[in-house]
Design a protein around this ligand. Sequence first.
Ligand code: PLP
Length: 465
Amino acid sequence: MKKELLRKLPSVDSLLKDGKTAGFLKDKSRLIVVDAIRSALEDERRLIKESAAKIYRFNIGDFRKKVGTEIEKGGRLSLARVVNATGVILHTNLGRAPLSLSALKNLIEVSTGYANLEFDLEKGGRGERYSHLEPLLCRLTGSEAALVVNNNAAAVLLVLNTLAEAKEVIVSRGELVEIGGSFRIPDVMRKSGTKLVEVGTTNRTHLKDYEAALTPETSLIMKVHRSNFDMVGFTADVPIQDLVKLGKDNNITVMNDLGSGSLIDLSNYGIKREPTIQDSVAAGIDVITFSGDKLLGGPQAGIIIGKKDVVEAIKKNPLTRALRIDKLTVAALEATLKIYMDELKALHEIPVLRMLTLQVAELAKAARRLLKGLRGIPGGRFEINIRDGFSQVGGGAMPLQEIPTKLVVIKAKGISPNRLEKKLRTNSNAIVARIERDEVVFDMRTLIEGDIEIITEFFKGASIA
Ligand SMILES: *Cc1c(COP(=O)(O)O)cnc(C)c1O
């Protein structure tokens, strides 16, 4: 019986000849209409399989409506803006750092036309794409030279490959970190062609461990910032100043992978002190790498700064060409870095920094605004409350930092928290919330302008249950 129903479904070809269904072809391309018909037919097949055969009936009117819906759905882009109500500021799965408005403006300005990406306007000849970023990076960090590649993983790979291919690199056992899924320091070292020499123990590494590991084959000492985990208890670390001295005395380059790299000492703003990029430069580290889209709050990029001769050698590595950034990144990063010339402006205009330093009183205001909007929905069957909670930095940065925040907690009658969370997430304007103690919670800290309205609209239109 079901087989019979499946067999009787109209074919794509016959539907394209059906006057009304073919009507969609008036303002949509054949490719789009065929895809929509296929999806709609797929849904009919699912219905036949799932429902009792006696109940199912193919209705051409309903089917056309379904094709219309599929055309609308097919027009949506796969990568789209989502509301981040999780309170995780650098949410890796949600694209890490949101860009500042001036970065965005510059991106549009530079990339919708032509740009002097590799053209020296003074000389009228070939220029260098890194020249737009290098002076700013040097000014802000105090370093002699700079280079930017695709991401920090690429930066680490490139530095290792340039400075230590077929040679030994010393790293503390307490710093052989894994950064989200596939980036593991030992693996990157192998791929870069270097030989890892582990020193110390998991919890304690001393200067004498580094000293004992030095051989004529040693060409680099690498210090990795433990971005995404912390060690407490019986631990020991070698300060970067001591590593710099050891490197100098033995004529060995010292590298520091800072990962989340911050240009601002956030302890001035109530956040736990993290080593800044300037600290590493001032200590005399030869080469430093960090991400553009973690605490810096810019586009995805891997920033390499350091001594002139070291950076020059890196620039000459053929791998650099394979890892180079495009004009979109240059545009967004230059605009982001420019803002840092004024620290207060940076705290205000760079979304990551603004979110990190938002005062709870501000968040309480936002929470009340959302509460008011939701309470105003006629016939709303929700129980809404404001609660205290904690936001997180995320993105593998400051794992122990809990930032006090305000949460709006919603219980909807007749729908489980898990279902509500899924409905929010699959909404046409996706809203990603978190579930805490069996309730759906919205953290005010990571919302950006317009998000409260999107959440309110969802609950207004939601056919909850
Ligand atoms: C995040 C991180 C990386 C990788 O940086 P991406 O920009 O994600 O490629 C490398 N090292 C450390 C210490 C990190 O924290």
